[in-house]
Design a protein around this ligand. Structure first.
Ligand SMILES: *[C@@H]1O[C@H](CO)[C@@H](O)[C@H](O)[C@H]1NC(C)=O
Ligand SMILES: *[C@@H]1O[C@H](CO)[C@@H](O)[C@H](O)[C@H]1NC(C)=O
Ligand SMILES: *[C@@H]1O[C@H](CO)[C@@H](O)[C@H](O)[C@H]1NC(C)=O
Length: 612
């Protein structure tokens, strides 16, 4: 059922012979090119004659990236045309000002970068506009745009400053926005989980209603929301479910498509049971390495994650609705129906989120090592369930002495098991020295054990003492980002939800690696294997990935580190986040208006008619 126990031969077939000639030939050309262009090393510049699965993945990804870049819009006409082609509607009123704003900020405009906006908002077209705007207007934490200015309301302004940060970015766009309300989620955890069958109905309704009326029937004016502010009452309770945080999986799987492997697999009943690990290559991989990043993030395709990710074990807090209400937040699971915003943490100047300011790209002085520091978050880890938490598993997976013990005893560790020999064709694993090899490059440790209930060791005066995990994990001091960035390899995994440091890792000049089940606003603008290295949520591929980069592919790592940084500085700037929110709120405002089917931007069509 869940376990696919496959013993698969490593990735060298006959195709390698055919490619050998090509690689040698291109190596000569590329070496010359490399000597000429000192800044960006070409990918194939190393004398590595064996084509590895990761070589293939990198090449394919570079092609996809070039493809995407060829679809940039340089003029308003281009942008409006691509919009109509991709969305099947006229752009929203104010689209011209948005495009001008993007141009003024040197933003790269590719319509696909905004797919997330449409994915998130589509189901709302099936709901009456009045219902959406009343729900948005009456929520407890709201950023409001009125008459070209922005304000926020919250029950408690002394919390972490998320609403203030979101307000600041909406305020930049507000002069160009119609009146709109943006209700925001204050919790780490996501909130909206509509059953798949309902969403499927909503999407069908949306598709049936999608149309492009002739320009003379299209309007661009809004009545404003002042009237709504005057009449609206307290917010309605969409039946929040709050007391089932150990059963979140059962709520979530109802939002998986009926044919997916997770849909009929229930949440685990007994947390003390050992984990059923997945073995072999994931279906969405190429020879074991993530090929389809969307699928790699999807728990609906990976029922084993019900026992291997904190989200599905016991979240710190749960407040979930199965009704479709508008709620904006920084991250969500693929099956959630929250509306994504750039996370407030990415708008923060705080060092632990913003990272270090690195202008110099100093790869050769970095250590050939992997570094990870973090708290044991992910949910409420307890004596009987901690071995199901992903961060605990991640730290153990990279603990050389744990691995050496496993090599001797041939038994799984509490949190994970080693891949079968041959799955990733690792020399050290064949030699029985995997643990020793991992110790030579990996430094992953907790800085706090986040025990529940919290424990305090009076002798040691340590608040991070924990009777059940202290014997297994060494607690290190926190390490400033600057120091982390002196290591070449920076893996990132989920916390209670998404990881707030991801953006700074992408900008860091080290090579970022990522496993996650959380979606973010930027997913459509980051290309795995070009801007970062994707990892499976089982973390089983991490040894194979490190084997590739540490043994003969330093330049490939350097290139990803460098391209990721250059790219992040082009498409993940504060300006880019502001433009995303601006576009999102133009769309959301339209969906909240009774006249939404006839609201649009059509000036480009009128102008071109006049010309004819
Ligand atoms: C799940 O169960 C339903 C109803 O029992 C059945 O119709 C469906 O085919 C099952 N799906 C899977 C993936 O087993
Ligand atoms: C990845 O998988 C998704 C879902 O199955 C599919 O829609 C998408 O086209 C795939 N992407 C690529 C790049 O193959
Ligand atoms: C690695 O595992 C050993 C043995 O279980 C443990 O004593 C040690 O503290 C662990 N190291 C870290 C960094 O967690």
């Amino acid at each position: 059922m869940i376990i696919t126990r496959k013993l698969i031969s490593p990735s060298r077939g006959g195709w390698f012979q055919t490619l050998r000639y090509l690689v040698v030939a291109s190596f000569v050309t590329l070496t010359i090119t490399y000597l000429l262009s000192a800044s960006l090393p070409p990918f194939e510049s190393e004398p590595n004659l064996e084509l590895h699965a990761i070589d293939h993945l990198i090449k394919e990804a570079q092609k996809s990236q070039a493809d995407l870049m060829s679809r940039q819009s340089h003029t308003l006409e281009d942008a409006a045309h691509r919009y109509r082609e991709r969305r099947g509607r006229h752009p929203p009123p104010g689209f011209d000002k948005w495009f001008e704003g993007a141009k003024n900020r040197d933003a790269i405009v590719v319509e696909e970068f905004f797919d997330r906006v449409y994915h998130d908002l589509k189901p709302f077209w099936a709901k009456p506009a009045a219902e959406i705007r009343i729900n948005a207007n009456t929520y407890v934490h709201v950023v409001r745009v009125r008459d070209g200015g922005a304000v926020y309301v919250t029950d408690n302004p002394d919390r972490v400053p998320w609403i203030q940060l979101w307000h600041s970015i909406v305020a930049e766009a507000a002069p160009f926005l119609p009146d709109v309300d943006m209700p925001v989620n204050y919790m780490d955890e996501t909130r909206v989980l509509v059953p798949w069958d309902h969403i499927n109905e909503y999407i069908k309704i949306e598709q049936a209603r999608r149309k492009m009326p002739p320009p003379e029937e299209v309007s661009s004016s809004y009545p404003g929301l002042r009237e709504l502010d005057r009449i609206s009452g307290p917010s309605l309770d969409p039946n929040w479910v709050t007391d089932e945080s150990t059963k979140y999986w059962d709520h979530a799987r109802q939002s998986c498509a009926p044919h997916t492997p997770a849909r009929n697999v229930s949440a685990i009943e007994d947390f003390s049971e050992p984990i059923t690990h997945p073995y072999g290559w994931p279906s969405y991989s190429y020879h074991g390495f993530v090929q389809n990043w969307t699928e790699a993030q999807d728990p609906c395709l990976q029922p084993h994650l019900r026992a291997m990710h904190g989200t599905f074990i016991e979240s710190v807090s749960m407040s979930t609705t199965h009704e479709l209400i508008p709620l904006f937040g920084g991250s969500k699971l693929p099956m959630n129906n929250d509306i994504l915003l750039p996370p407030a943490m990415y708008l923060s100047e705080e060092e632990r989120y913003a990272g270090a300011d690195l202008n110099k790209f100093d790869w050769k002085h970095k250590k050939d090592k992997l570094i990870w520091r973090g708290v044991a978050s992910g949910g409420r880890n307890r004596n009987d369930n901690w071995h199901h938490f992903h961060r605990h598993r991640f730290v153990q997976t990279l603990n050389g002495s744990t691995i050496s013990r496993m090599e001797e005893s041939r038994k799984p560790a509490e949190t994970f098991d080693l891949p079968f020999p041959g799955t990733y064709d690792l020399q050290p694993q064949r030699d029985g020295t995997l643990g020793k090899w991992v110790s030579s490059f990996a430094d992953a440790a907790f800085i706090h054990l986040e025990c529940f209930p919290a424990e305090y060791d009076p002798d040691q005066k340590r608040s991070s003492f924990c009777s059940y995990t202290s014997p297994k994990f060494h607690v290190e001091l926190a390490m400033p980002m600057k120091e982390q960035f002196t290591h070449k390899y920076l893996p990132d995994v989920d916390g209670n939800s998404f990881s707030g440091r991801w953006r700074s890792f992408l900008m860091s000049t080290s090579m970022p690696m990522k496993a996650t089940i959380y979606k973010e606003w930027h997913d459509d603008r980051l290309m795995p294997w070009v801007h970062f290295v994707p990892m499976d949520n089982s973390y089983q591929d991490v040894y194979g990935i490190m084997d590739y980069f540490l043994r003969g592919h330093d330049l490939a790592a350097r290139r990803i580190a460098q391209e990721g940084k250059i790219w992040a500085e082009k498409v993940l700037r504060r300006d880019d986040m502001m433009l995303y929110v601006w576009r999102l709120l133009l769309e959301f405002a339209r969906i909240c208006d009774d006249n939404r089917d006839n609201l649009g931007f059509v000036d480009d069509l009128k102008n071109s008619r006049e010309l004819v």
